[in-house]
Design a protein around this ligand. Structure first.
Ligand code: AMP
Ligand code: MG
Length: 330
């Protein structure tokens, strides 16, 4: 898959543009919406993206020029078509359509979850992994089988990151809560029993988050953070392990912002070692939401001729990864 693609990510709080070719990321420009208080407000996040889209596109184009890549070298524009916040998706899609029309190149609609998987396959030695994708809004265990990425397990309510953020907010910690919970959890080894909810291969985090908030009335915040992490992470590791056993694959790839957590990595590493599987974690810049992953999957799809007509480029806030016919593998 030869070519140069400019990709735009903006499913939630990160607006990020990047230009990639088959060798590497040529340029990337990101601006993050951070709520003054509370969680992400969809309309405010979308307004943020509208305000910064042109500046981030210009910056990516200008930095690329410095490396000898001109706007006329761009073969396609890709964008996150979903899943994500509707208002944010529509803003980014509008920018992508305009750019594709202006540069007179094809448009590529990318599934955000699959972009996390593919950038991991690009930037680590992982070839055919079971992927644990844990972010603010998403928690899924994905693996490729016969032309599609199947969802082997997923959350039935909120994402793991949102569960952490929700608890953090109730404890008076600022957004995002994940890193603060990790810090506090390090200061305890005192486990308090908490809900552990795995239903078949699926997960539920909202009861755990609420139970952690309740537990604050009786226990120290360090003990609660520690116990919340132990349960939430053990739940996702259990489902990942079962997906490994079921698919008979021997690699695990970690993706999504929650993947920054050292304790989660440690638990996954132990499970993989026990099973003789390899465990891969991409560099931090490719773990959370980033434009490079959208540009890269855009490049793979462009190479496969998998482009969109403008009139078919509507966004889908509930875009499922297992609904995508994978044009770019095998
Ligand atoms: P994303 O949606 O992929 O951008 O990831 C954002 C989510 O990752 C938020 O819910 C954060 O709280 C969470 N997060 C970031 N760093 C950490 C960490 N060190 N431990 C746990 N969660 C984290
Ligand atoms: Mg994401």
């Amino acid at each position: 898959m030869k070519g140069t693609v400019l990709g735009i990510e903006g499913t939630a709080w990160n607006l990020s543009t990047a230009i990639v070719n088959e060798k590497d990321v040529i340029s990337e420009a990101t601006d993050t919406y951070s709520p003054p208080s509370g969680g992400i407000h969809p309309r405010e996040a979308a307004q943020h993206h509208a305000k910064y889209a042109s500046a981030m596109i210009r910056k990516a184009l200008e930095d690329a020029k410095g490396k000898g890549v001109r706007p006329s070298d761009i073969d396609a524009i890709s964008f996150s078509q979903g899943p994500g916040l509707g208002a944010c998706l529509r803003t980014v899609a509008t920018a992508a359509r305009m750019l594709a029309i202006t540069l007179d190149v094809p448009l590529v609609g990318v599934n955000h979850c699959l972009a996390h998987v593919e950038v991991g396959r690009w930037k680590t030695p992982a070839d055919d992994p079971v992927t644990l994708y844990v972010s603010g809004a998403n928690s899924q265990v994905l693996a490729y089988r016969m032309g599609r990425y199947r969802v082997f397990g997923e959350t039935l309510d909120i994402g793991l990151g949102n569960a952490l953020d929700k608890f953090a907010r109730s404890a008076g910690l600022s957004h995002p809560g994940g890193p603060k919970i990790e810090q506090l959890a390090r200061q305890s080894k005192n486990y308090i029993p908490m809900p552990y909810v795995v239903k078949g291969m699926d997960l539920s985090f909202s009861g755990l988050s609420t139970a952690a908030t309740e537990a604050l009335k009786r226990h120290s915040i360090e003990d609660v953070c520690y116990s919340l992490q132990e349960n939430a992470f053990a739940m996702v590791v259990e489902v990942t392990e079962r997906a490994l056993a079921h698919t008979e694959k021997n690699e695990v790839l970690l993706a999504g912002g929650v993947g920054a957590n050292t304790r989660l990595r440690e638990m996954l590493a132990i499970m993989c070692e026990d099973r003789g599987a390899s465990f891969y974690v991409p560099e931090k810049r490719f773990m959370g939401d980033n434009g490079a992953m959208i540009a890269y999957l855009g490049l793979l799809m462009y190479g496969a001729g998998d482009t969109l007509k403008i009139e078919d480029s509507h966004v889908d806030p509930n875009f499922r990864p297992d609904g995508v016919d994978v044009s770019w593998r095998e």
